[in-house]
Every structure is written in structure tokens, then in C-alpha cells.
Design a protein around this ligand. Sequence first.
Ligand code: HEC
Length: 166
Amino acid sequence: MKPRHQKLAATFVGALCMVGVALAAGPAKTSKAKPAADQRAPLVLLDHERHLVLEEMRNFLAVLQTITDALPREDMKEVARAARTMGSGAANEIPPATVAKLPNEFKVLAGGVHTSFDLIALDAESLGDPKHTVSQVAEMLQKCNACHGIYQIKVGKDVRAKIRTN
Ligand code: HEC
């Protein structure tokens, strides 16, 4: 327990130092404190479609939790099993009518995440190297972050026709 506490304390002190540096630097000159609006591109979906997409997102997170739980135990079978549930072979629960509303870039990014899960599963089985898996997970998280930086979901009427003209 002790080393963990020391680590936490060090992190806390580190955070305090950063706050101190920020305060010493004075108020940022480049950005005026104005509550920023969400500038990310809206994906306009029906309420139940939003639910499906967000459910898939929560499944991503749940599987990552299972993987990060299994890694310190070096339980690579569990890593592979969990990753495969989110791989490209997994049943896609998003219906085609909803998929049709999603921009291509979104689909490419989403496909990239599923492919990453495929690779994580394959390598966990064939290499059985937890460190390698961790680096694959980190790389995949960049894809999660990339998409989250671009899109938000809005609930609205069926605007498929409008999106198709884009
Ligand atoms: C192709 C785009 C895309 C990818 C890739 C993606 N997400 Fe998301 N995710 C979204 C969007 C869009 C939202 C809704 C954001 C909003 O409306 O503010 C979201 C929301 C979420 C949420 C919130 C769910 C809720 O119930 O509110 C979680 C958690 C999440 N994503 C996890 C992940 C994880 C983990 C990954 C990677 C394994 C990932 N996402 C990859 C697009 C993506």
C-alpha cells in the first residue's frame, strides 16, 4: 500500500506545482474566458439511434476495462476473448438505416477501432505479450479520441436526405 500512497502524493504535489506555474504565468493572454460552444460536427440521429451508438460506446469502454483488468494478471486468453467481442466479426447492432446517416469519415474511424480490437485479440493469442497489448490499446485509444474530437450526437428529425447531399 505504501508505495501507492507515495505515488499518489507525488502526483498530487506534481499537480500543485503545475497549478503554481500556471498562476505565476498569470492569466492566459491568448484565450479570453468565454464558455465555448461545442464546435464538433453534429450527427443528427433519432433518439433510439443515439441510444444504439452510445450503447456501443459503453461496450467499448467496458471491454477496455476487462482488458486492463486482465493484463496485469497476464491473462492473455481473457484479453483475446474480450477484444474479440468488439472486433469486426462481432455482430454489428447498428441497423443499416442508421449507418446510412453516418458520414464516411465516421465509419472509417469506427472501422479502425474494430480492426484494432481484431489485432489485439490475434496478438494476445499469438504473442502473449502484455506490454505489446498495452501499446496496441494506447494506439487504439488515439482513434477513440480522434473521433470524439470531431463529432457529437444531436437528437433530431430524420435528416438522412439532407446528410446525403453533403
Ligand atoms: C467513429 C467515431 C467514434 C469512435 C471511433 C469512438 N467513439 Fe465513443 N463516441 C462517439 C460519439 C459521436 C459520442 C457521443 C459524443 C457526444 O455526443 O458528446 C461518443 C461517446 C462515447 C462515450 C459516452 C457514452 C455515453 O453513454 O454517453 C463513451 C464512453 C465512448 N464514446 C467511448 C469510446 C471508446 C472507449 C472508444 C474507443 C475504443 C470510442 N468511444 C470510439 C464517437 C466515437
